[in-house]
Design a protein around this ligand. Structure first.
Ligand SMILES: [Zn+2]
Length: 443
């Protein structure tokens, strides 16, 4: 998975520019400059002094507000990309107050690196912080939708107890979930459960049962069955409780002391287990955990949101983009696709992801495919937004990889936007080229 980090800080422009000139000597030789190298080559080729080369105008839609780039450099250090940008606001530039002392400028530092290999990126940011003597604030490249969504003031997640997350993680296992559902909906008697699990499930039953007990999803119980009628007459927490109650005079309706009747072991669902299975809340908790794992801020996770009445949606702002999640314990088919489309219409996310414990039905896939083709038909190719089709994750075990792929796509998009502002500085302008060739009528 790739990680893109963007930081910014403000300072006196004169000081920022003076410090900028020391960056080269401050960094060790493992950092190789990219823009300067390109400009040096062009300067030699055309015989124009570096200082006289014009740089191209920046992208008309900059990421961080209307800022004009004054100086910028990119460095590579092995496969880590590091960037440094000094800018002033476009209005200040137009008013030609750039040289004026006291003019404020902005410093931006960014890095793009694999998440396994973030040491260099962190070192670069720290090194720039030391050199410029500023504190760099992390920021996201926010989409318009993300900005407006934050403005809507959605309820943020209440961080669940560690034990609750661990229990949700247990239910993510298919065998554990099936057993928990069977216990919740049936008698919970071990003999019945063994029958329900079939010959394949029976072998694994003791270990699955142990996992459910450890996670406090179920509790063990002792069930008393009347020897005459075969009916369950009472459930107690343990054999010793039963003995104590029998001593106190508890008898079966047939008259026998309760602890002399037939005793069976059973499991019953706890409040935690019921809560996590209801509306598949365990999936929401697993999603939250995975989002936090990939580095999404808890402030940017919104779950169980009400939109238009009882619609419930899980939304996260990942790398500045709004992602709508659909969690489904079971198969996802055409009917679910229709209701998900309605949610997409209401929430208007930048991206959407369907996470299921089973397969996504072909009917649903065909539906989304048709929808995409319809959008394509009405829009010329370069403008087709690939995000109209949800990303599919089939099986909870694939959730982490699916989210990591999504993050890589989103950060690459952000990095491209930031680079598109900086890279024109590596190119020559038509004016410089003509001047270099002696074809400039003015020169
Ligand atoms: Zn009895």
């Amino acid at each position: 998975m790739l990680r893109f980090n963007l930081y910014s800080s403000a300072g006196a422009l004169g000081e920022l520019l003076a410090t900028y000139d020391k960056v080269g000597e401050h960094l060790d030789e493992s950092y190789i400059s990219i823009l300067e190298a390109a400009r040096n080559t062009q300067s030699k080729l055309l015989g124009i002094e570096l200082a006289e080369m014009e740089s191209d105008r920046m992208d008309p839609q900059p990421v961080c507000g209307p800022v004009r780039i004054v100086k910028a450099e990119l460095f590579r250090n092995a496969s880590t990309l590091c960037g440094l940008v000094i800018g002033v606001s476009e209005t200040a530039y137009r008013m030609a107050v750039i040289q004026e002392t006291g003019q404020r400028g902005t410093l931006r530092v960014f890095t793009l690196a694999d998440s396994q290999d973030e040491r260099t990126a962190a070192d670069f940011v720290e090194s720039m912080q030391d050199l410029f003597k500023v504190s760099l604030n992390s920021r996201d490249v926010m989409s318009d939708r993300a900005r407006s969504l934050i403005g809507e003031g959605l309820a943020q997640i209440v961080v669940a107890e560690q034990a609750e997350h661990a229990a949700a993680r247990t239910l993510a296992g298919k065998d554990a979930r099936e057993l928990a559902v069977a216990i919740k909906s049936g008698s919970g008697l071990l003999v019945d459960l063994a029958k329900q699990m079939g010959s394949d499930g029976q072998a694994g039953l003791p270990s699955v049962r142990e996992r459910l007990l450890e996670s406090d999803l179920v509790v063990g119980e002792t069930v008393v069955l009347c020897g005459k009628t075969g009916q369950a007459i009472s459930r107690v927490r343990s054999r010793s409780t039963l003995d104590a109650m029998a001593d106190a005079g508890l008898r079966c309706s047939c008259g026998k002391p309760a602890n002399e009747e037939k005793i069976e072991e059973a499991l019953s669902i706890t409040e935690l287990g019921r809560d996590l299975l209801d509306k598949s809340r365990w999936m929401t908790l697993v999603l939250i955990e995975e989002l936090l794992h990939i580095g999404v801020s808890p402030d940017h996770i919104f779950v169980e949101q009400q939109f238009d009445g009882d619609e419930i949606a899980c939304i996260a702002i990942i790398s500045g983009d709004v992602v709508l999640f659909e969690l489904r314990d079971g198969r996802f088919s055409l009917g679910h696709a229709h209701s998900f489309n309605a949610k997409i219409g209401i929430v208007q996310p930048d991206y959407s992801m369907v996470v299921t414990t089973e397969k996504i039905g072909n009917d649903a896939k065909i539906h989304f495919d048709r929808r995409r083709q319809a959008v394509r038909k009405n829009m010329p190719r370069p403008y087709v937004d690939e995000s109209v089709e949800p990303l599919f994750v089939e099986g909870i075990s694939n959730l982490r990889a699916g989210l990591e792929d999504l993050v890589t796509n989103l950060v690459t998009k952000d990095a491209r936007r930031v680079l598109s502002e900086v890279l024109p500085l590596a190119g020559i302008t038509p004016g410089t080229l003509l001047r270099g060739l002696g074809l400039d009528p003015v020169g």
